[in-house]
Design a protein around this ligand. Sequence first.
Ligand SMILES: N[C@@H](CCC(=O)N[C@@H](CS)C(=O)NCC(=O)O)C(=O)O
Length: 251
Amino acid sequence: MLEFTAIAFSPWSEKARWALDHHRCDYRELAYEPIIGEYVLRWQMRRPFGRLTVPVLRDGDRWFGDSFDIARHAESIGRGAPLFPKDGLAEIADWNRRSEAALAAGRALLMRSWVNTRELAIAALPDRIPEALKPLFLPIGQQRLRAFMTRYAIHEHDRSPEETLTNELDALEQALGGGRYLVGDAFSYADIAMALTLQQVAPVDPRHIVRMAGLGPAGMNVPELESRHAGLIAWRDELYARHRRPGGGMA
Ligand SMILES: N[C@@H](CCC(=O)N[C@@H](CS)C(=O)NCC(=O)O)C(=O)O
């Protein structure tokens, strides 16, 4: 059976999971454990060096380390309507690049706000510090949080993350022009990739994607962008309602 290593609340993981479910692939999802999980994967993949990101799919002795490649593999082995129609391939790859840029920008924006989230900084402190004393160590917690974020590569942007995200969302709004789908007149991976960029603006119903532990809904929400892109959020919600049943599968 396919093995899908993923982070439950991560939009990158959901891009791949949606494609796997759409194509009714039979897979087992393994929760990625930070640090330890990376060592295990590197060992199994025989890949000691280089950047390793999650999600990862294993199909026998073949490994796929990017959500786009996982989705394409799902299409090659699964059933159901194509997500990558031949004549739309270049356009879909282009939307996926936009999705990557928007997701990285959204992550940078959220992480910036997380450093200032007291509960997260306190949660980042070593367990041996007694609860009652933890508030005194807040700056250390914040420092640890910052180090964690650097690890999760807040990439250099040639623009500010706000600008990148707004730009990509404006492009999405324009391309949709009030319509339902991005490429041709059918549901494709372009819709999945771009719908997930809204997860970091306003998260979808938690029946579809669980929320990150320790963060309320406000932790994944950029209020200014949410009100600016209310139409896109409605589009995303309709896409979920139409093409994704809770727990997977396609309506
Ligand atoms: N292009 C990759 C990006 C996935 C990604 O950025 N995953 C994050 C977790 S949400 C990660 O594994 N980061 C580890 C790192 O950057 O070292 C994909 O679409 O699968």
